[in-house]
Design a protein around this ligand. Structure first.
Ligand code: PMT
Length: 226
C-alpha cells in the first residue's frame, strides 16, 4: 500500500531536447518530445509539490501549477539547473541533452564544397555535475536512454553520476521512448532492479513519482533518526 506523504518538497525536472546551433538557421538536436519529463512535472505538481520545469524546445503546453524555465542549448540548461539546484530537495533529469555542441557560424553556411566536416566539442554533463561541481545533496534521479545492455549501462550511470535511481528505457524498441505516448522502463536502484510494464507516459509518470517520493522520504527519515 503506497504511503501518503504530507510534506511538500521543491523539485526540479529537466525535459525535452536541446538544440545546438550550427549557424543562424540550422541546429543539431534529437527526437525528444518532452512528453516523459512534462508528465513527471505534472504528476509531482498534482501531488502538491513545488515544481520547476527546465525544458528545451517542445510543442507541449506547460503543465498546470508548474514553474517553467525554457532553454535552448545544453549550456543554457546547465546554467538554469546550476542557478536553481541549491534550493531543491529532489532533482529529476529526463531531458535528452546533447552530448556534443558546435561553434555556431555567424552567417548561414554556404554549400560551396562537396564535403563538409563539423568539429564538435563535448557539452557539460549536467546530471554528472550535480553531486560534484554543483554540490547537490538531495534525491538525485537520472534517466538512461539505451539501445543495448539496458540494465548494465543504466547501473554504470547510477554509480558514475551519484544517483539514487536511474529510470532506463530501451529506445531501440518501437512505440516507446522518444516521441511516443507510451513507455516501458526499468528502475535501477543501488541494490535491485524493478521493471514497470508498458503504460502511457501519464500513468507511468504517476508510478515513478510515487517511487521517487518513497526514496526521498525514506532517506529523509534515516537522516533525521540518526
Ligand atoms: O521526451 P520524450 O519524447 O517523451 O522521450 C523520453 C526520453 C526517451 C527522452 C526519456 O525517457 C529519457 O530517456 N531521457 C534521458 C535521455 C538521455 O539523454 O539519456 P542519456 O542516457 O544520454 O543520459 C543519461 C542522463 O544524463 C539523463 O538523465 C540525461 O538527462 C543526463 N545528461 C546527459 C548528458 C548531459 N550533457 N547532461 C545530462 O544531464
Amino acid at each position: 500500500m503506497p504511503r501518503r506523504h504530507t510534506a511538500f518538497v521543491n523539485i526540479l525536472v529537466t525535459a525535452g531536447p536541446t538544440r545546438e546551433p550550427l549557424d543562424p538557421v540550422r541546429f543539431i538536436s534529437n527526437r525528444s518530445s518532452g512528453k516523459m519529463g512534462y508528465e513527471m512535472a505534472a504528476a509531482f505538481a498534482h501531488a502538491g509539490h513545488t515544481v520547476l520545469l527546465v525544458s528545451g524546445p517542445t510543442a507541449l503546453d506547460v503543465p498546470d501549477h508548474v514553474d517553467f524555465l525554457p532553454v535552448e542549448t545544453a549550456a543554457e540548461m546547465y546554467e538554469a539547473v546550476a542557478n536553481h539546484l541549491g534550493r531543491m530537495e529532489v532533482a529529476v533529469f529526463a531531458a535528452a541533452v546533447a552530448d556534443y555542441t558546435a561553434t555556431a557560424a555567424p552567417q548561414k553556411i554556404k554549400k560551396s564544397t562537396d564535403t563538409f566536416t563539423l568539429e564538435l566539442v563535448k557539452t557539460r554533463d549536467i546530471l554528472g555535475s550535480a553531486r560534484t561541481t554543483l554540490g547537490f545533496a538531495g534525491t538525485l534521479i537520472g534517466f538512461a536512454a539505451e539501445t543495448e545492455n539496458l540494465e548494465a549501462n543504466a547501473r554504470e550511470k547510477l554509480t558514475r553520476k551519484g544517483c539514487n535511481l536511474i529510470i532506463a528505457n530501451d529506445v531501440s524498441k518501437s512505440g516507446i521512448g522518444f516521441d511516443s505516448d507510451q513507455n516501458e522502463v526499468i528502475m535501477v536502484h543501488p541494490d535491485h532492479t524493478e521493471a514497470l510494464p508498458l503504460a502511457s507516459k501519464h500513468d507511468l509518470a504517476h508510478q515513478l513519482v510515487q517511487a521517487i517520493l518513497e526514496i526521498h522520504f525514506s532517506a529523509s527519515f534515516l537522516k533525521t533518526s540518526n
